[in-house]
Design a protein around this ligand. Structure first.
Ligand code: HEM
Length: 183
């Protein structure tokens, strides 16, 4: 059964990497390739979410939750997998709602910022997956230099979570206000 997860992981990772590349090409280049990247982004993002949902489900179905949550490495793997899914869900909703205007003006920077953040988090998910099967990479050494050893459960102080929620609320209110003044 474990082979199913090993096989499925390639799909969300591949689609997320492709979507990130398309966002960068669509944001910073002109011409046919950039046009195709902008137009085909939404279907690729939707496929990435489908692939990720199936992969996450396979993880939870293959390994008992008690066993998975007992290991800091697997806890971190699940955490970063769900964060990646969250970021790419946000990107999908933004691109879907904004339609052809998703890359207009300063909006493209929101896509670029989210895509680059998502890329570092899904790279971490894959790296930790590698650690779980005994194939370590230099990427975790980089994370260690930044202050996080992947063998220790990732910890976020409560005040940081509070600050993040506050920033989210401020962004939502600012968005609402600018939407009303644009009408
Ligand atoms: C989008 C979600 C996920 C991605 C992209 C992902 C990615 C990976 C990768 C790349 C590997 C290494 C596989 C290999 O080298 O062949 C792996 C292994 C593993 N993953 Fe995930 N994973 C995801 C979600 C989950 C979830 C939700 C669980 C829940 C328990 C999980 C549990 C594991 C375990 C236990 C291993 C080690 C497998 C073994 O020892 O044979 N993964 N994952």
């Amino acid at each position: 059964m474990t082979g199913i997860h090993h096989m499925l992981v390639h799909f969300p990772l591949g689609f997320w990497a492709l979507a990130t590349l398309m966002i960068l090409v669509g944001s910073f280049f002109k011409g046919r390739l950039a046009d195709i990247s902008r137009e085909a982004l939404l279907p690729i993002l939707v496929l990435s979410l489908l692939a990720a949902a199936i992969t996450v489900a396979s993880g939870f179905l293959v390994w008992p939750l008690e066993a998975a949550l007992a290991s800091p490495l697997t806890r971190n793997h699940i955490l970063t997998a769900l964060w990646s899914l969250g970021i790419f869900t946000m990107l999908t909703v933004l691109v879907w709602r904004a339609g052809s205007g998703a890359f207009e003006g300063a909006r493209r920077w929101v896509l670029v910022l989210l895509a680059l953040t998502g890329m570092s988090i899904f790279a971490t998910t894959g790296t930790i997956g590698g650690h779980l099967v005994g194939a370590t990479t230099q990427f975790s050494e980089l994370l260690k230099l930044l202050g996080w050893d992947v063998y220790n459960t990732f910890y976020t102080p409560t005040w940081v979570i509070g600050a993040l929620v506050l920033i989210g609320l401020i962004c939502a209110v600012a968005g609402r206000i600018s939407q009303r003044s644009a009408r």
